[in-house]
Design a protein around this ligand. Sequence first.
Ligand code: PHE
Length: 465
Amino acid sequence: MADRDTWVSSLGFVLASVGSAAGLGNVWRFPWLTAENGGSAFLVVYLLVVVGVGVPGLLAEFVLGRRGRQTPIGAFRSLIGSKWGSALGAFNVVTTLAILSFYSVVGGWILRYTLASPTGAYFAQPQQYFGAMGFGPAAVGFHLAFLGIVAGIVFFGVDRGIERVSKVMLPAIAVLLVGLAAWTATQPGTAAGYEYYLRFDAGYLAANLPSVLGPAAGQALFALSAVAGTLLTYASYIDDDTSLPRDTLAIAISNTFVGVLAGLVVIPLLFSQGVDPGGGGPGALFVALAGAFGSLPGGPVVATAFFGTVLLAAVTSGISLLEVPVATLVDTYGVPRRRATLLVSLLLAVTGGALALSNGAFQFVSGTLADLLLSIGLLAFLAVAGWLLPTDSVAEFRTGAGRFAPLAGSWIAIVGWVLPTVVLFSLTSSVAPLVGATLGLGGRALVAVAVTLACRLTVAVVSGR
Ligand code: PHE
């Protein structure tokens, strides 16, 4: 879609965005992080963060995307000038490359489980099976295979089919998960899992809020495909009749539903198998489900259907990630599309290959680093929409917004004031320990407010607004 055509319909845009959003984020990453970060505390913070951070953040991306009408570097250059625009666009490109590097490794796992499902090869010894195939030469091979599928589709440019695929994919995953959740409820030993996941524990929450805020924010952005530049590009193809706030809500609600559902399956099943939730690691999904499929009547069929659908969802998300660096090379640097695809894929083959060999590096990049990149990306998007271009952003928000138009004022206040403070607070919480500083809650809040004020002031002085 290098030419400036628009989506055939608003539904087409929503479906393509859902195709990007729905994927491993909800099905694989959400249950893993929830299990690792205290269960219900994470769930509560996560839901609040989806509404309070994810939705307004994604809206900022849509607003800037429709205003900028290009891939990230070009869009930000036209919005905020060449120097900073190039830097921010390039940051998006780096983010998508980092994400796709580990995404492709997980995609490889899904591919392997899809192929192994008809015979049920992993049913009997779930933990050993995942332990043996998760990292190492075989994982590299499956990573390359997954990357090959994604790159092949981008290479031949048949990605318009995403809209059609997305129409069935998300509902299919939801139906399969509802079925699995119902079955899970009938299993012995799951009670502790439900309690861990769903029991509201105010004391625990209060004590752990700062430490789960960062991962929750990162996960909300990740699952929504927000602020990585992907949906910025998609939004550049929408026309002025589309209501950005309405579409954002539709995407966020459907997508989050799937994540919560996945947790409802994975976490109780981990408990019923006696796996310590924090010990499941990135393999939590695979280990939890293997036992389920092994004892379900028709297990191999359900397993194949499940992993096959998730594979499809992962491929459509992978395409949207690969599109950012590829389309940037095409749009901004005039590289022919196929050569661009080849170049980027070669790079990813190496970076992803390295992660497929090392559990430690994989966990750092797919956890902490991804959260950090997305939080910084969000801060940058907020600064552009809320500080540099508030008038344009409000106008763009209102365009086609219909009954949501009156919300523009509150939205820009959230984008310009509340969110930067929240993000800076969570960043100081995760960065301070890395540099050896100890700051209390109040200290961090103070730093966040002070930095927000200082930044806004600087921007106002420098840009003369
Ligand atoms: N949202 C996708 C998923 O959940 C991952 C993704 C992140 C895709 C960022 C594009 C940009 O699988």
